[in-house]
Write a protein that binds this ligand. Structure first.
Ligand code: HEC
Ligand code: HEC
Length: 247
């Protein structure tokens, strides 16, 4: 009995006290604290988890991975938790692509695949925790227009023409595996990866998310923003319907 009373005094009461202290709204995110620990331990070395985005070219070029401090307004949660279990390359030439492209005069740029390292993978449970925590990072929310897309259906023909020719997006982005440029992320997986409102808002002003990004601000009209965003959202990984003629 004495022992139990001792335990009550030494452990249960203080524990109860802690629960009371930490159960206010600001502290109710226990799992997120744990998630934050995981991210700080395993991810912060390569990813900016806090912001703001790099303001100088030097800082920008020294980054080892994409910024994640606004992950919650950018990614789809389902995709995050799946991708972290079995990550697949998103940027064909890697994040620091200029280090991995071999230039041979008179030929197309070649990607030195040997230089690319696979991304670390997490267990299913860890990935869920990391994804939930990343989704709580809501920086830049004010830059994202809510329900940005109109009901007008995607126009595949205008979309592709616009992407490939008028707006010159194909020079840097692949719209199917091995068709398109390699310096930007592939866009044929975008519907699984990114939130539509984010895609629209990022296209409208890439530099407001990342002042030094090489993604150009094409000052796209509202009409082009709608066409391009909807076009990218219709792309799928295993689309094999054209021969990539024209470029
Ligand atoms: C050694 C550096 C490194 C570490 C450590 C690392 N990452 Fe990454 N991460 C990268 C690079 C580089 C990319 C770009 C991959 C690509 O484009 O294929 C990336 C991509 C990502 C992406 C996709 C983002 C996007 O927009 O393309 C997510 C999400 C991500 N990492 C989360 C994590 C998490 C969570 C951790 C910790 C558990 C982590 N990373 C640890 C380097 C790293
Ligand atoms: C000069 C090369 C270049 C051109 C041209 C270009 N982009 Fe990009 N784009 C990039 C780079 C680089 C990024 C950011 C990569 C990163 O975060 O690592 C990017 C990012 C994006 C993103 C966010 C993707 C993601 O997964 O994070 C979208 C969407 C996008 N571009 C669409 C377009 C569209 C549509 C056009 C044409 C209007 C276009 N881009 C033209 C290089 C380019």
């Amino acid at each position: 009995m004495v022992f139990i009373r001792y335990m009550t005094a030494r452990l249960v009461l203080p524990a109860l006290f802690c629960v009371l202290l930490t159960s206010g709204p600001a502290y109710s995110e226990g799992p997120l604290d744990e998630g934050m620990g995981l991210l700080n331990n395993k991810c912060a070395d390569c990813h900016d988890l806090k912001g703001p985005a790099a303001a100088t070219l030097e800082d920008f070029l020294s980054r080892k991975g994409p910024d994640l401090f606004y992950a919650g307004v950018k990614y789809r949660k389902e995709w995050l938790s799946q991708w972290l279990v079995s990550p697949k390359r998103i940027r064909p030439a890697g994040f620091r692509y200029s280090e991995n492209i071999k230039r041979v005069s008179g030929e197309d740029d070649m990607v030195d695949l040997g230089a690319l390292k696979p991304h670390m993978a997490l267990s299913r449970e860890m990935a869920k925790l990391a994804a939930a925590t990343l989704m709580s990072f809501k920086a830049n929310e004010e830059l994202v227009k809510k329900n940005a897309l109109t009901d007008a259906p995607a126009d595949a023909f205008m979309g592709e023409l616009n992407f490939d020719k008028f707006s010159g997006c194909l020079a840097c982005h692949e719209i199917e595996p091995e068709y398109g440029g390699v310096s930007g992320p592939e866009v044929y997986t975008i519907s699984e990866r990114l939130q539509p409102d984010f895609i629209y808002s990022y296209l409208k002003s890439p530099q407001s998310f990342d002042p030094k990004t090489f993604m150009p601000d094409k000052e796209l009209s509202e009409n082009f923003l709608q066409i391009l965003t909807k076009f990218m959202l219709t792309l799928e990984e295993d689309e094999e319907d054209d021969e990539g003629e024209g470029e």
